[in-house]
Write a protein that binds this ligand. Sequence first.
Ligand code: PNS
Length: 172
Amino acid sequence: MSDPGQAKSAGVRAVCPGSFDPITHGHVNIIERAAAVFDEVIVAVGRNTTKNYLFDFDERVALVSDAVAHLPGVSVAPIEGLLTDFCAAHQARVIVKGIRFGSDFDYELQMSQINRALSGIETILLPAVSEYGMISSSMLREVAVNDGDISQFVSQSVNAAVRAKVAERHGR
Ligand code: PNS
């Protein structure tokens, strides 16, 4: 008999989309858990036109690639247009996103409904593990800009990149 704890969805490719400005341990935890369930995971780095980014698009793609390089079955690609078009082009059947608290749920519910209306794609929401439930990229940017230490929340290379970017932008 197969072990349900080990079984994966046969042949299903999932997409983990996000802005990743920058990628945190919380993001990597969601990507690792998606990779444990699905055969293949594409981490899709996108633009949200309502956001002001610390890192430009290419920098975010490079930092994400570095942060998930240790994960077999996980690749990284930029989203050039709509996420639903990206999923269709990559033959991905499901979007996976993490949620930490109620406001995440409200936002992701609406996003999942729009994406489903556009293309029929399903979204699966993974609850954050408690140790990462308070991490958000926006809060880490705020801590870093004010000379705080974010090293416990991000990889060494992301921490170094954030410090360099803050120094460049704010002359510190
Ligand atoms: O980390 P974020 O900011 O929640 O990620 C948002 C992202 C990049 C996944 C989202 O903005 C997105 O899917 N962008 C691609 C453009 C798109 O499809 N927008 C319509 C969805 S409302």
